[in-house]
Write a protein that binds this ligand. Sequence first.
Ligand code: PLP
Length: 462
Amino acid sequence: MDDAWLERFEPRTPGDEPAYARIADAIASAIADGALVAGERLPTHRALAQRLGVAVPTVSRGYQAAADRGLIVSTIGRGTFVAGIPNLRDEHERSRWLDMAVNAPARGPHEPAMRVALEKLSRLPDLQAELGYAADIGSARHRSLAGDWLGRRGVDASPDDIAITHGGQHALLVAFAATAHAREAVATEALTYPGARSAAQALGLGLAPITIDDEGLDPEAFTSWCRSAGTPRVLYTTPFAHNPTARTQSAQRRRELVDVARRYDVTIIEDDVFGMLDDTGTPPLAAMAPERTLHLTSFSKALTPGLRCGILTGPSPIMQRVGPLIRATIFNAAPLQTAITMAWVQDGTADRLVDWQRIQARQRRERALGVLGDCPAVRSLTATALHAWVQLAAPWTPAEAIAAAASVDVLIGPTSHFAVGAPIDERGVRLCLGNAPSVQALGAALERLDTSWRRPFWASGT
Ligand SMILES: Cc1ncc(COP(=O)(O)O)c(C=O)c1O
């Protein structure tokens, strides 16, 4: 640990604060200018006493004063840690934690499957097609295979109206650019996927927050937005396993939203990146309103994100604008990666990996419900697909729950990253369940979380 911050502990001069208060002040000032970051471990009481030349009880009192100010958290047997929101950018810090901030699928049979795929590819007599530039929307063969795959999800698309993209995020950027006008707002769930916020920002689009309830987007709130919004009206929504709240719109809710969209001529961008994991049989919006829905999905969550393979489809007039946008952003999705993905679609590997991921997702959410189900800090837990949304019981706030998690080496992303527009008064945090190396490792991290959230409440901030 870099302990330069200790120099802030000023030597005693007459009239000074007592030593314990100066310890708390040194911690506060080091946090204020970033010399100490959230999640960082502080020296033991004894080690700090030795370094500062004070008695051990003085350090204990200093740490207690800092904890009372919400600056640090202590866990018996684990040590003392800086509270606050973890610094997501610090890779070094991240490596020793379980990262439950990244929404990644579970990893298992993927590596051997990829070795087999690469070996098969190396034996193909002709690789020329995968080595050159492709059509912006992808080759006819890949689009036709993508169309078959979408058909199984209930999305009926002609290969002419399909584009292969560089993953779901790219599909989203292109979908925004193809449908919305700069300075107009796109309606979306009041909490949304942060990548949608970045895409909108990059394109100069606003996002208009629509209230959500247990089934996601509220049709009444959507209707009032439609009444006041300028044209073109665009809705971006995630009906299955909404990110971050893990809520899924029922068939009835989807019908209501489609009715409103038809009444006010709204183009829908349906984010279905988790859809390959859906086994409920509820039809996607693209099947209910194909005339106005751009449907985007990707193989990142069901297979593996490294493929960076996404699919965008929708009404022909919009899809005609998509090719030039793909050309402008990436020219074309890498044919080699698309070839591997489509080979997996063709030879059944994709089905096998999807089945495996569904089983993992089920086991992981059962474990989350089992461990956190009766945690007093948790008011409700919505678990679908690869992430779960934890509604916190008052007086816990997201920042406090995240800082307590950091003290037990669990990284949770800030809830503010999901907020559209003004900061919302949302007492919830998202837990990504897929990234733990195993169900057992996830269980252990959840148990640590449970312990940290069972502690008597402590408030953060000075
Ligand atoms: C709702 C949502 N849409 C799109 C994406 C981006 O998908 P991809 O990783 O394929 O770019 C994600 C990734 O987390 C997501 O959660």
